[in-house]
Design a binder for this molecule. Sequence first.
Ligand SMILES: [Zn+2]
Length: 296
Amino acid sequence: MEDVFVYVQGKFMCLIIIFRSMKCYLCKTCLFVAIILTITSCARTPYDITNKKYRKQAKALTKTIRLTEPVTLTDSAAAVIPSDWVGTVNFGLRKPNYVIIHYTAQKTAQETLTAFTDPKREVSAHYVIGRDGKIYHMLNDYLRAWHAGVAKWGNNTDVNSSSIGIELDNTSEEPFAPAQINSLLALLTKLKKAYNIPTANFIGHSDIAPPRKQDPGVYFPWKTLAKKGFGLWYDDTLIPCPDDMDIIMALRIVGYDTSDLKSAIIAFKRHFIQTNIDPQFSGPEMDVLYNLYRKY
Ligand SMILES: [Zn+2]
């Protein structure tokens, strides 16, 4: 609220000064003050303060990257293992290899922006997309956002470190706005190309945290995304699955953590079936699982 107050106050000051400068256009002092205050006040946004903090935190991280100290280790006899620093000249930044899609479960994008700029909330994402299609880029793609939480996909147990998080403004009980999905598709196209992200690695928060999360939910158009190359989908014609198909193995091959099997089945169905998320498979749903797992 403090940030918003500063923003409104800045705009108000700006209007007053412009108005005054128009009335006393011969007064050089007034015009000078108007120019200075216009530059300083009109440029303010509600996020000037948190944007400044962002730059400060990013700068602090470069100190870690610039460290050139050799690893310090001891062997089983507590003797120091010799080590030295010899910097290579052949390196680059690590790239994200997954995209995790979320809904915000909020009424407005503004509520999400407020939460993600509040240090007490300790949550964030790289992007937030409003219902109107506006994209808010909140974190450099190379940095680690706090969007996945405790999660697992395959043997990847630190999804935040390898992924980009995208939050869609949505209450969780409504279809996604077409403008929002259009912007999402444009963003995914850019990310997939920029980081060479595999088609199968566009997944949802509920996929990587079945017992805890339901987003992006049953209204999310996964099939539409898959048609564009973001995430896998099953074929229109399904081959009946064998009677002895191992459901747990099939789910694990797709990537699901099956330590809570009931939650894993619900998560799979929330993504690929959507019309029914009971924690068991019907015959046709087993065919879907059979068709899908062979694509992974
Ligand atoms: Zn989420």
